[in-house]
Design a protein around this ligand. Structure first.
Ligand code: CS2
Length: 484
């Protein structure tokens, strides 16, 4: 089968949308760090829509900070890939062309820094996952002992971490009197712009206090809320999409029809007219972010841990299982009253829509994919809500149960004693706390980088430990039935 690429794009079947000459000829204006499936289904698709609507030179140079896999899949097809938008009613295919080059950081860090320092680049965006910011998830400050940060401070021109690359490029631009690019975080961190700004400022300060002041005052990091469900691509997806195209695509991306991107409009060097791709520009992202992180991601993580322990595989399995649906409704009932108004959405409508999205039968979204990196996710997804409910003396038994499910998952075995695939940068710390008895929960809650001082507060830690004990003794399903 012929490969998807510029030479074969004319042979695509009718009905498959594709980039036009303006998109393919555009000069780069954005460097994106972290070219995973999420970026390709979300920011890249929206940028493509802006360019199809006539916007100018906002092509994307994407970079991987780890493996060459995506570059090796996409560059032989001239950066083109298929976005497959799927639900019960069918599948719509679009070939995206806005990614003009893919660099692999570790192969040549200097090349990536030089690309970011190019004055034509006005935005550096990121999807490097929560752990990619090398911060302490409980406090949101730079983890100065993180091995990549220690490395990057010692070798500032050959960085490894995302903050290290940004700092190296900002220094280079400053020396050449080129204004700083806007840094656009598109990860699910709390107050993501402010968190990145804090991390970058601290790193700059450690290099030189004057540079620290420069980053603090001159580098803009608007906050964003990003939302689109993008399961990992399977071999079956590759084969199906290639057959539909009649051309081999080494790495298509699967997603749902829903997409949302809310951004604070602070871009001193300009930005694409993303409005054409449906972006909402606002002065404060916080209400949107809290709604999404707590309702969607909070529920996602809860299902991931509890569902996996109970032996389920996909999000849609849990979202159509009556016991789990009852649990979700209790969980959302606890979360909704903690949300500020301002997102212009009624939390119960939002929850109803989430349940439909989770039930999408065409998305094979694995619970174990969401369960990954819980130490970096649980604080902003569940702990803030839980603390708020507890302080207001409002019930929070479902939130306690979800956190207990996370702790139980981190012990490494499911309800039937089966071994679980734990992928988490703090897996060893949790494993060391797993004593195999009910003291495990208390020991895990003592991990300050994740839980802060939660363990010391019996009013908070007590109910979580009790829920852990019930899950341990009865299994998730029976313990969940007691909860109802
Ligand atoms: C998920 C998110 O894997 C996860 O942690 O909760 O990737 C989720 O699908 C997105 O945030 C949806 O916008």
């Amino acid at each position: 089968m012929k490969r998807l690429g510029l030479a074969s794009i004319g042979a695509l079947p009718a009905g498959v949308a594709c980039p036009d000459g303006r998109v393919l000829a555009a000069k780069p204006g954005i460097v994106h760090l972290g070219i995973g499936a999420f970026h390709r289904a979300h920011q890249a698709a929206v940028t493509e829509a802006a360019m199809l609507a006539g916007d100018g030179d906002w092509g994307i140079i994407a970079a991987s900070l780890r493996s060459p896999d995506t570059r090796d899949a996409l560059m032989p097809q001239d950066g083109l890939y298929t976005l497959a938008v799927r639900d019960a009613s069918g599948e719509r295919l679009q070939v995206i062309g806005v990614i003009r080059d893919v660099l692999v950081g570790p192969e040549d860090p200097g090349r990536l820094v030089a690309a970011m320092a190019d004055p034509a680049i006005r935005i550096v965006s990121l999807t490097v996952t929560e752990k990619g910011y090398c911060h302490d998830p409980a406090t949101g400050t730079l983890d100065e002992r993180h091995p990549d940060i220690v490395h990057d401070l010692a070798h500032p021109d050959a960085p490894r971490s995302a903050p290290g690359y940004i700092i190296a490029a900002l220094r280079r631009r400053r020396m050449a009197a080129v204004a700083p690019f806007t840094v656009l975080c598109c990860d699910n961190l709390p107050a993501n712009g402010r968190t990145v700004h804090r991390v970058l400022t601290r790193m700059a300060e450690l290099i030189d206090p004057d540079f620290g002041r420069f980053v603090a005052s001159e580098v803009g990091c608007p906050s964003t809320m990003v939302d689109r469900i993008v399961p990992a691509t399977s071999d079956e997806d590759r084969a199906r999409v290639s057959a539909l195209l009649g051309l081999a695509d080494a790495w298509p991306v699967m997603t749902e029809p829903f997409t949302q991107w809310v951004i604070e409009d602070r871009f001193p060097l300009g930005r694409p007219r993303w409005e054409a791709g449906g972006v909402q520009f606002v002065s404060d992202v916080a209400p949107f972010e809290l709604m999404k992180l707590r309702m969607l991601n909070g529920a996602h993580s809860s299902l991931a841990y509890l569902g996996t322990l109970a032996g389920l595989t996909y999000v849609a399995d849990a979202a159509t299982d009556p016991a789990f649906v009852r649990f979700l409704s209790g969980l959302w009932g606890e979360i909704a009253p903690t949300l500020p108004s301002g997102a212009g959405l009624d939390p119960s409508d939002y929850a109803a829509n989430l349940l439909e999205r989770f039930r999408n039968p065409a998305l094979k979204h694995r619970l174990i994919q969401i369960a990954m990196d819980g130490s970096q996710k649980v604080p902003q997804r569940l702990l803030g809500t839980l603390r708020q409910r507890c302080a207001a003396d409002q019930s929070w038994s479902h939130l306690a149960f979800a956190v207990a499910g996370f702790l139980r998952f981190m012990t490494g075995s499911g309800d039937r004693g089966e071994a679980l695939d734990i992928r988490d940068p703090m897996a060893a710390v949790f494993a060391a706390a797993a004593k195999g008895d009910n003291e495990t929960a208390r020991a895990m809650l003592g991990i300050a980088a994740v839980f802060g001082n939660l363990a010391a507060d019996e009013a908070v830690s007590g109910p979580i430990c009790a829920a852990f004990e019930r899950i341990n003794r009865l299994g998730v399903r029976a313990a969940m039935a007691e909860l109802a």
